[in-house]
Structure formats: C-alpha cells, structure tokens
Write a protein that binds this ligand. Sequence first.
Ligand code: BEZ
Length: 230
Amino acid sequence: MCEKQGRMPLIGEKAPSFKAETTQGTVNFPDDYKGKWVIFFSHPADFTPVCTTEFMTFASMQDEFKTLNAELLGLSIDGIYSHIAWLRTIKEKIEYKGMKDVEVNFPVISDLTMEVANKFGMIQPGESNTQAVRAVFVIDPKATVRAVLYYPLSNGRNMQEIKRLLIAMQHSDEHGIATPANWQIGDDVIIPPPGSCGAAKERVESAGDDVECLDWFLCLKKCPHKEKGV
Ligand code: BEZ
C-alpha cells in the first residue's frame, strides 16, 4: 500500500498522464484535453450525502466552467455501475437547494485499483485507506498543475471559489497581474512587485489615475475586463 501511494503533483509540474474508464467512456489524460483547463477532482464515495451535494452543484455549473474553457473530471474508488446508478438516482430523485433533475454529464472515473488516485496523492491514509479525499487539481491547457486544494471527507467544497480561482488565474496569465485577497471579477488587481529600486521609484512616481500605490510594493489598477463566464 505505502509503496504505491503517490505524492501529490506540485504546482508548476506536469500533471501525471493516465488512461481511465469513465461514465463517458475511456479518457486519455491529458491528450483528450488539449488546449483546455481541467478541474480534476476526487470524491470519497458514490451514494454519500456530501458528495451528492457537490456533484449536483458542479453539474449545475458545468456550462459556466465550459464558458471559461474548463472541463470537469471526477474520480472515486467506485465501479462504473455504482457511478451510473448514483448519477441516475441524483437525476431522478434528489432535489437540493432548488436544483433538481440534475444530469451529471462530465466524466467520472472508476478507479477501483486506485492507480489514478495514487498518481495524484488522493489517498491520504490518515483520513482513509479506501476512499479518496476531496482533492481538486486545476490544470492548465498545457497540462501543468496550477492549483491544488485538499479537503477532508466531512466537508464539501465551495465550487464558486474554484470558479473564482480559475478566473483569477486566467486573468493573471492574460494580463500579467496578481489578485488580492477575496478578489472578485471587476475588483482592482495588483501589479506584480517591482524587481529593482529603480523600478520601485518609477512605479510610485508614475502612479496616476489608473494606478494607486499604497506603498512601493503594493500598487493596484483597474481590472482588465473579461466578460465571459462571470
Ligand atoms: C459524504 O460524502 O457525505 C461523506 C463521504 C465520506 C465520509 C463522510 C461523508
């Protein structure tokens, strides 16, 4: 067991490749996702209450993620027939917070051998030897891991936060900016800190209508707009 346990792929590393059976057929990662962001997440088990609320929420937001050029990909240590039965039950029977008749159209990996979960450090024995923790890997269009979240079995994730983080990272890539605490689309963004004394001086002196410097290392400017998916 210990030998097989993978370490989590770190931010900035290529995400491990794999081939897996899913509720939507075979997935070859990353080849099937060229040019797209991937939100790859694990859940502990099918037919469990917290996971059910998470799946309904993710599925209800699938179009919002697609608008952001991002695909959802789930995984648990369950068989395909269990996945299918659970997703059918969700669609046919479960109504939660105004969501009903929810169809989960994104692929959910059946990982009974734990091969994929181990590659991504999703089995964390302090929490469970048989169930994946609630992991989220945000993987960019070049298959590089850009963000990693791990939650315990007992607590559901905030899908709005995952979407917010994705938008923030896309803004950073596109505009070379950083985003402050609790940033939301439309809020001011941070200009990366200057790398030299000269640049710091210039930054503060040139601050004007569109740049506000609280000090030489903390300058903000208006959010470069991007409407899609918000
Ligand atoms: C749940 O999804 O509800 C759950 C799964 C495993 C342990 C505890 C809760």
